[in-house]
Design a protein. Sequence first.
Length: 400
Amino acid sequence: MKFPSLRINGLHLVLLIALILSACNTEKSSEADTVDDIIASIKEKYAPDKRIALFDVESEKNTAGYIIKGKTNLPEALNALEMELESQQITYTDSIEVLPATDLEGEIYGVITNSVANIRSQPSHSSELVTQATLGMPLNVYQKDDNWYQIQTPDKYLGWVDSGGIELMDKTAFDAWQSSEKLIYTKIYGNSYTDSDISSQVVSDLVAGSILSKVSEESSFYRVTYPDGREGFVLKSEAALFQNWKSSLDFSRESLVQTSKSMLGVPYLWGGTSIKGVDCSGFTKTVYFMNGMIIPRDASQQINEGILIDDSKQFDKLIPGDLLFFGRKATDSSRERVVHVGMWIGNNEFIHSSGKVRISSMEKQADNFDEYNYNRYLRTKRILNETDEGLIYLTKSDIF
């Protein structure tokens, strides 16, 4: 009779040990879940949009607690994470790198040196083109990967540019560049030259919005310098002194329409934000930039700015310059998806980049009626002369 009794007690002992181990594992799993939840909540609060904020952080369990590792360009997010971990008495080792990276050795500023620089999602020419930056645009530089630099544009967009498109600067050099007298190229497309003669050698091509440093004036030319030190000559008739140009801005609907029509026929380019090629939001962004406003990069960001004008196809409410957004409406099981944007120009027409920059109509009887976009219309927002965090007026900023 003793053996069955011992067998039962042994079974109970095994079950008891299993329960203890299970409880320990559950406790460890629960703590790990808590750490991951804390990281996720901080990311949601400080970096909900990975296009404009970097918070690439994860945890790793070790015998001493946790190693919190990764990279961020948001010191305030890291401080919030540390405070939350400490408040929950979680033991951790901080291995997060706060960018800019130290191996940049202070060269954490950059200025675009090409007429148009391609900004990609990853440090390679084969990765997705996410946006572009034009000559003279200032950048924050965060880290280097071989021949590539991770940068952030004035509209906070993140991406990678190859070394051929950027001039790295420390604070002294950057401040000197920023304080120099500038000019802006106002013609849609053209060139600079080695001498004050259009028959001389071309230094580079230029696009609308190119920013250069003015050295002097010689007859009908401006003598200029590039961020990388090159010199050239630009026709005065094709450019304007930046301060004079800013002073002349009237932020009018007429100017927006005029600029937009000057880009008719420009080819569609995914990720394009220049006269060399534009996607839909790159087109509206370029039009507004040439009228003194920096607006968010993507349609799904632009739709969050300004004031609501219409969401029920009452197009008589619209004025030129208003932005029309298109996509898929939210349902009980899916979120709204914004996939396209155009700009109203009056006469029941809007201009947008679709295949190429074109004018389409919301009038069903019109020859250029756009039934496809009419059916997926979401709403219209007005951003001209509105004040939102995502709208930057060059007359009120010192970006250039």
